[in-house]
Structures are given as structure tokens and as C-alpha cells.
Design a protein around this ligand. Sequence first.
Ligand SMILES: NC(=O)c1ccc[n+]([C@@H]2O[C@H](COP(=O)([O-])OP(=O)(O)OC[C@H]3O[C@@H](n4cnc5c(N)ncnc54)[C@H](O)[C@@H]3O)[C@@H](O)[C@H]2O)c1
Length: 430
Amino acid sequence: MNILVIGAGYVGLTMAVCFSELGHSVICIDKQKNKINTLLKGKLTTFEKNLDKLLIKNLKSKRLKFDISMKNVANADVVMISVGTPFDDSLNRYDQNAIYCVAKNITKFINKYTIIVIKSTVEVGTCDRVEQIIKEANPKADFDVVSIPEFLREGSAVYDFFNPDRIIMGTESQHAKDVIKKLYKPLKKKKFVFTSRCSSELIKCASNSFLATKIHFINEMADFCEKVGGNVYDVAHGMGLDKRIGVEFLKTGPGYGGGCLPKDTKALASLGKRVGANFNLIEAVICGNENRIKSFATKTLSFVENIKNAKIAFLGLAFKSGTDDCRFSPAIDIVLHLINKGTKVCVYDPAATKNARSVLKTKVSYAKNEYEAAKDADIMVFATEWKQFRSLDWAKLSKIVNSKIIFDMRNIVDRQEALKYGFECYKTGC
Ligand SMILES: NC(=O)c1ccc[n+]([C@@H]2O[C@H](COP(=O)([O-])OP(=O)(O)OC[C@H]3O[C@@H](n4cnc5c(N)ncnc54)[C@H](O)[C@@H]3O)[C@@H](O)[C@H]2O)c1
């Protein structure tokens, strides 16, 4: 099939590469020329495990192409829209201008039956609005608008594409269902869930809000464990083995972040308010998560309050491991709090430094590795759960730090090993 993907971000690029790997002929377009030029050279524009090899392979086979022109709509059987929908704080809802702009721009190129798939996370009712925009601009256009929300996780996006828990398909059109089923046919394991477009749009927001709630629950449980005793890791493990609960999203930390959970919770809560169906639970989660980020900054400072001109080695900037994404990263927010208090901070992240630099600019110093960051540091803070942070050379670190204090926000440091070399290791919820 001929597929056009619009928006070559974390979602669009992964989809384009993976659909071409399934054997489809894919063109991926983006309004950013630089991005397209980089991708045409076979270089990734985001950090994502296993995507680079597939990108090069499918570019070579010519099943995958990159471009900037909307004219490519004319040849597409399926157009997948995966442009960004950031939260607009002034409107208290998603900024969906990019979606509507694409809808207007593709209209004149629709010259045969075409399926328009909304992959971006959107407010309920968006597919209806997109359909209306296209109909008004081109009453003769033969098309269906379908909602297929995306559930991939940055860091395991390729795996998630090929092993989806479910593929939600929001459409009433049998023709669209048949074409989309054909599109996913080469996927070995798949489970379709057919719904209305509205329900499909809501499933995405509801899922992310539920996941945020799960994270916040275990974070509050971690605080509780610190007060009453007990180890949140053991509590989460014991809880998660219950199939009704599940082990995922029960890891404590400095709060949830990224390009999805913060905005999707806010969008659901604010829409709830607007329609008179308050999501009190989600509102509490949003507020609790914001407070948690601030309290982790305060806690960090409390460990070094008696040290004059303390230097902080801050390890991990991405909102989670496996990605270079710093959007709404708790780590970045915490660093900003620390800088505002006049603290000297040296940061290191294996993948996200470039993105972090655009926010932190020259307010921090940047290290090339953990050891350079730790040199003369008074505290080592672990804010992202990168695997490589689990196996540091504590003997080496003990010789280069100024004070042997660790604040392990993600519970990834081997405390016994660090203790052997005289470090005090503060963990979260244990
Ligand atoms: N990142 C994730 O893990 C994830 C997971 C599931 C769903 N989503 C949702 O998918 C959507 C995309 O997210 P993302 O993280 O890939 O965003 P992103 O910001 O990484 O990428 C969006 C891309 O769209 C391009 N774009 C914007 N307007 C355009 C236009 N008019 N024409 C062509 N290109 C245009 C941008 O240049 C950018 O490259 C969002 O709605 C997001 O909520 C994201």
C-alpha cells in the first residue's frame, strides 16, 4: 500500500520506518526541511533504539522516502497525521492548529478514495472537525477520517510498533476498516478493537491519565514508606504481581514527564471542567506531580545545605531512559529550581544533552560522562534511570568527589556497593 505519514517526530518517524519494514511504500513528510535532509542521509533525528538500522535498510530498498511536499497525498491510499499537539496553557486545551492546518492543506490533493488517519493525540471530536474541514473545502473528495491513537513508548518504540497490545480503530466505515486491516496484515500479532471515533479519541487520553495516576500512586506510596518504614520496591513488586494491577508503571521517581502524560492529563481535566464532569482524581494527580518535582529539588538542596558553594553532579536529563526527549522532564525542572537557588550544577545525560542545552543554555556546565560530572561534586543526583548508571565504578568515584553523598531519585544505585566506598546513599521510598 502507499502510505503518507505527515510529521516526522517521535511517532511519525517510527511509524514511517516500521510500515516500510512491513513492506509498504511509505513517504514521510515534515515541514522542517533540515529534519528531512538529515533523514534522507540515513541519520536519525531522534534517539530511538533499533530505528537507525531499519531507517537505512528501508531507504536503500526505496520503500521509504522523505519529502516536504503535501502533493504526495495524491498517490496515497492512507494518510497518517502525526503532527504535534502540545498543550496550550492560555486556552487550557491542546493546540491542534497543526492538525487543522494539515487537514486544509491535504484537501486539494485528494483525487481518489483516501483514508485519513489521525495518529496524534487529540481532543474528543477532532476527527469530526477534520472531516468537516475537508468536506467544506472539497465537497467531492472521497475519503474517511479514522482515529487510530498511538501507544508506542519512546525508548521501545520499534518493539511497540511490532508488538502492539491492541490497535484501536475508531471508525464506522466498513471500507476503512477493511483497508486498515490490510495495512496491518503483515504484523504477526495484533488485536483490533473497533470503536466509534469519539471513543477511540478518548481511549488514548484515558489510558495516559490512568498511567499517570498509577505513577503518582506509587510515588505517594514511596513517601508513605519513608514515614512508616517498608520498601516501596517490595510493595510495588508485591502489588504488581496481581494481574488486576500489573507490574508496569509502578516505579517510583521524581514524577512523570515527557511529551504525553503531562499534557494528556491536563487536557482531560480541563475538558472535564468545561463540560461539567470534573475529573477530581486527575486534577489531584496533576497537582501532586507538580509538587513532587518541587519537593525533589528542595530535598536535593537539603542534603548539601551545610556545604558552602556546593556543587551538584546531576545525572540524567531525559524524562526517562532510552530517549533524548526532555519535554516536561522532571529532571530539567529540578535543575532549573537548583540553578534559581544559586547552586552550581554540572549535568550529564547519555542521549539528551543536546535537547537539554536548548533549555538550560549556559546556566549549567556539561560533562562528557558520569566521572567528569562527579569531579569535586558535593552530591551526585540520579534523575533518569539509564542502565549505565547502575554499574558505576564507585572506587573511582570515591576518589574524585568532594563529598560522598548520593540522592538516588530512581532507586538505581547499588547502595551496598556505594556504602563500601563510604557514600551516604539516599533513596526514594526505602
Ligand atoms: N512521543 C510519544 O511518545 C507519543 C506517543 C503516542 C502519541 N503521541 C502523540 O503523537 C503526536 C506527535 O507526537 P511526537 O512526539 O511525534 O511529536 P514531535 O513534536 O516529535 O513531532 C511532530 C512533527 O510534526 C511536524 N509538523 C508539525 N506541523 C506540521 C505540518 N503542518 N506539516 C508537516 N509536519 C508538521 C513537526 O515539524 C515535527 O517534526 C502528538 O499528538 C503526541 O501527543 C506521542
